[in-house]
Design a protein around this ligand. Sequence first.
Ligand SMILES: [Zn+2]
Length: 324
Amino acid sequence: MKYPAAEILKQQIPLLDYVEGQDWKPVRRSARGRLMGLCPLHADRKPSFLLDPNKNLFYCYGCGRGGDVIRFAELYHGVAFGDAIALLRRWSGADSLLSDVIKFYQVQLHRHPEAVEYLAERGVRQPELVERMRIGYAPGRCLRAWLMSMGYALRDLQQAGVVTLEGVDTFAHRIVFPLHANLYGRSIGNACPHRFLPGGKGGLYHWERVRRYRRIVLVEGLFDWATLWQAGFHNVTCSMGTGLNATQLHQLCDGASRAVYLAFDSDHNGSGQRAARQLAQRLWTRQVEAFPVELPDGHDPNSFFVHGGGDAHQFQALLDRARA
Ligand SMILES: [Zn+2]
């Protein structure tokens, strides 16, 4: 037993629960309780995904892949072993601290009109989008007391990075977006606009929902993601900055045939466009089609929709032009 934590996790999380938690539904039940359904790991037309709830194993006759719940999480989310373990821990509630933090911030959002107002200014208006992104608000000076009243030790809060070594809430006056293994906090004031908790930013945003698309739009900010999603573009993902980390690159270059449209900010100094061209070159060398999208000068995808750059139709025209 090389990874005791992994063995425990496998016993804690029934594969069927986890796969169903990702919206999978069996279409057929065979002898001995085995289930068949469409494979969630690739575009599947006839059910080729076999799941054995008793053995906690899966196998796909279409793509030839199989294994246990950790292998499934690796393939489904496009992440490495360690990240898959972290995801599963969080999913199973073993890592309940971060989810308690997220819930607390979600409640705070509705108690702070200045936060809702800021979201509206940035064009985030649909309640279902706020819900889908699990957007919250960190007022500051209240998370620590709340979590300690729930029984958490200060040391654990500091270790997770939600409270600083000085004992104060790490995030204050920030809109908070939960990521896979971290939180991103966007200041609603002027001080240091972007901030993550300690640790990496993780993979691409909502990658498991986006990866199936033949054409993908990549943006650098979560407000870009939000406004595009509201405008009906659901094939959008976000790298949280123009510099992609190894996980994110690996996800884009997972061997699937796809085209990536790089809709980075069109800064006046050209840095966003330069980053997009460099990334496009890198992707082409890895056999991934990539097209930098040219937004009107000074616009990012968020301001394009919020401040009169255009509508969904016009944004689609920009994507078409990028390819031409
Ligand atoms: Zn498959």
